[in-house]
Design a protein around this ligand. Sequence first.
Ligand code: NAD
Ligand code: TDX
Length: 336
Amino acid sequence: NAPFHNIMVTGGAGFIGANFVHYVYNKFPTVHITVLDALTYAGNIDSIKPLLGNRVDFVHGNICDANLLHELVPGHDAIVHFAAESHNDNSIADPEPFLATNVEGTFRLLEVARAYDVRFHQVSTDEVYGDLALDDPNKFTEKTPYNPSSPYSAMKASSDMLVRAWVRTFGVRATISNCSNNYGPYQHVEKFIPRTITNILEGRRPKLYGDGRNVRDWIHVEDHSSGVWKILTEGRIGQTYLIGANGERSNIDVLRSILRVMGKSEDDFDWVRDRPGHDRRYAIDATKLRTELAWRPEHTDFDAGLKKTVQWYIDNEAWWKPTKAAAEERYRQQQQ
Ligand code: NAD
Ligand code: TDX
């Protein structure tokens, strides 16, 4: 019952891409997946290794490599584009890789999608809309003007604009989704929730930026996957859909929940210097996706999802341990 039989997933060894590969593999046994991933510091082949075989192939390569894309893409009926440099703090320390992967990489993929008339889905972020005040009664909708704050979100916004232009000018069959903050298994230890959990596991004190009152709209990664699949298979070409699950929480609240779940004192953390340009609040109104495509999130109990995520990092130390020291070293240098 899947309308696509051979899809390419870029960034499928990263956090959300790998979860999406698991989701499609488990739900749609007739779909073949080619994962294209450069295995940067953020990619981990172990996240999808058990799935490799008849239904999932892995290609180690770069989305900026036009020759490789012309070799690989013919025969695929869709490209689902997750590959990106994804971390705001890294984009502040060194923006250039974000320009190459997020902007040029998306351009290269759009050019092959155009050349072979392949359906394209762009996975993007709510950060393209900038931020909201804590007391703003509004949330982001598909009509909110783009207003990115960081090098990361500016490059994601640029790549979304390329997608829109390729739809209108060249007739590329593309859709875009802008999702809020994801959590769940296989997330890199540089990101807030896994960093906090693994710091506690290693006996390091978690770090809270600024006044800790910044708000993120958390969604479980599996609900992001189901939203992307819905839009890929049932969404209207040329449209943008916001994906979110009404999961607004302040950072200090999330941090204290993790400390509690892990049996630590709620004050067992360090306040650290704020992120430059730090967005105050994100909040998604997903009415369009809910009403037009009848999408519903399943993991709506954040505390239960957080507990399971903590347990996943406890059970999968071998997955995250090799990357932890380098991630903390990057933070040490950024804080200087
Ligand atoms: P991630 O950093 O965990 O994974 C990115 C993956 O892309 C890695 O496997 C990496 O090796 C690969 N990659 C990077 N550069 C590449 C290149 N040039 N060629 C091929 N592969 C390359 O990121 P993530 O958190 O899984 O995010 C995936 C996508 O979802 C991104 O486009 C991001 O903007 C978007 N997004 C993320 C979130 C979130 O909360 N993490 C929320 C909304 C949208
Ligand atoms: O140690 C920390 N302490 C802390 O207070 C870290 C790593 C982060 N923070 C704060 C900064 C943010 O307000 O926690 C919040 C979440 O931080 P990140 O995990 O870095 O996520 P964010 O910057 O919100 O961006 C994420 O969501 C949108 C993803 O990394 C992006 O790829 C996605 O587009």
